[in-house]
Write a protein that binds this ligand. Structure first.
Ligand SMILES: CC(C)(COP(=O)(O)OP(=O)(O)OC[C@H]1O[C@@H](n2cnc3c(N)ncnc32)[C@H](O)[C@@H]1OP(=O)(O)O)[C@@H](O)C(=O)NCCC(=O)NCCS
Length: 376
């Protein structure tokens, strides 16, 4: 039994912010039917391609069935509407207004299925003066203040900096996931579906504690950390690499002082102590003492890490073209309803026959005819 067993999602998402949300639902057992136009999701072509497959799509679109469907074709629209009647969630991350232009907006979907939850992620949401603007992760990093904060943290005199992984896609994706799960519970209580409108910019603002520091104390969290004497916590160079450790005031700092045999901590004393030891030595000593510490690992070291292995944070995926590959695992550990993220991302239209025959009762000949007509 999985946590989302019995939940069917019509997944119109593309790129990153939407697909990561539906991937998590798929890992928890929801049936995800990824609907792509015949030219496929844009991340299928994100370079570098390995045997024609993009590492991006291979990562983000696991645990989904893949079908093609032309939503601009009248027959395609009808097929989609039939699928809506049999689904719990419709999810998309097109630019705002796209579903209305397709005549498949919220008013149409709720009429077809009053229990359906319609979730969308867009750059700026479906209301407000910027609603019509397109967006990608860096745009949301820029407009939420996150790029400015990165510079404040790492190079205050330099230009704004972009976080390397697509944090402003992943946070909106997870935000939308929370919205969908809450809407499913509301539907459980009332029998009614609802609209979930998530913006990348809102999602980033909503999780940034620096706004509170800024408004209340005219500072950011990083500046506050530096000036309030916790500056010794942070990155330190060892004899063979780097470690991070944090020293909040109180017993953790007292334990650290005891270990070093000093009454007062100075930056120099810490730097000397650390630089004379290897990363492993510092980590072992501080972990034993109770100080929060971690080695700075590169990607290979993370993938080989014994703790990540014990937590099953890298899993083997059997991909039809790439063979056995290793990908990040599922990060929520349930006691009963284990998540599983090992089903490979679908090839374009891979499940056309299965989905259209099983859910809509079409015959294989009907599916063939739809393919010939260019509907799927
Ligand atoms: C990502 C983004 C910038 C891409 O822009 P884009 O490629 O121009 O895509 P849009 O969402 O604006 O439009 C998609 C088009 O494909 C069409 N399309 C999508 N799926 C289709 C299908 N199955 N069949 C037929 N047409 C389809 C849409 O109808 C729309 O056409 P239109 O512009 O003629 O109305 C934009 O989708 C966006 O801003 N999304 C919201 C924010 C977001 O999630 N960004 C990505 C973060 S990773």
């Amino acid at each position: 039994m999985t946590a989302l067993k019995g939940v069917r999602v019509l997944d119109l998402t593309h790129a990153h912010a939407g697909p990561i949300c539906t991937m998590m639902m798929g890992a928890m057992g929801a049936e995800i039917i990824k609907i792509e136009p015949q030219w496929g999701d844009m991340t299928r072509m994100f370079p570098p391609l390995v045997k024609g497959q993009s590492p991006y799509f291979v990562f983000l679109d696991r645990c989904k069935k893949g079908v093609t469907l032309d939503l601009k074709n009248p027959k395609g629209k009808e097929l989609f509407k039939e699928l809506v009647k049999k689904s719990d969630v419709v999810m998309e991350n097109f630019s705002a207004g796209t579903m209305d232009r397709l005549d498949l907006g919220w008013d149409v979907l709720r009429e077809l299925n009053p229990r359906v939850i319609y979730a969308s992620i867009s750059g700026f949401g479906h209301t407000g003066p910027w609603k019509d603007r397109r967006s990608f992760d860096p745009i949301a990093q820029a407009t939420s203040g996150y790029m400015w904060l990165m510079k404040d943290a790492f190079n205050p005199d330099g230009p704004p900096m972009q976080a390397p992984d697509a944090i402003a896609d992943t946070i909106p994706g997870y935000t939308c996931l929370i919205g969908i799960l809450a809407a499913l519970n509301h539907r459980h209580n009332t029998g009614k579906g609802q609209r979930v409108d998530v913006a990348q910019m809102d999602s980033m603002i909503g999780v940034m504690q620096s706004f509170s520091f800024w408004k209340l104390a005219d500072t950011t969290m990083r500046q506050a950390g530096r000036t309030a004497g916790v500056a010794v916590s942070g990155l330190h160079k060892t004899s063979d690499g780097y470690v991070m450790f944090s020293l909040p005031a109180g017993r953790i700092t007292d334990w650290f002082k005891e270990l070093l045999g000093v009454e007062e901590l100075t930056k120099e004393a810490i730097e000397t102590w650390v630089s004379e030891k290897t990363t492993n030595e510092v980590v072992e000593l501080l972990a034993k003492t109770g100080v929060p510490v971690g080695p700075v690992l590169d990607l290979d070291q993370v993938m080989e890490n014994e703790h990540a292995a014990a937590r099953e944070m890298f899993v083997k995926v059997d991909h039809p073209i790439l063979g056995e590959i290793t990908e990040p695992g599922f990060p929520i550990k349930f006691s009963d309803t284990k998540g599983d993220i090992t089903a490979p991302a679908p090839l374009l239209g891979e499940h056309n026959e299965e989905v259209y025959t099983r859910l809509l009762g079409l015959s294989n000949e009907d599916v063939d005819a739809l393919r010939k007509e260019g509907v799927i």
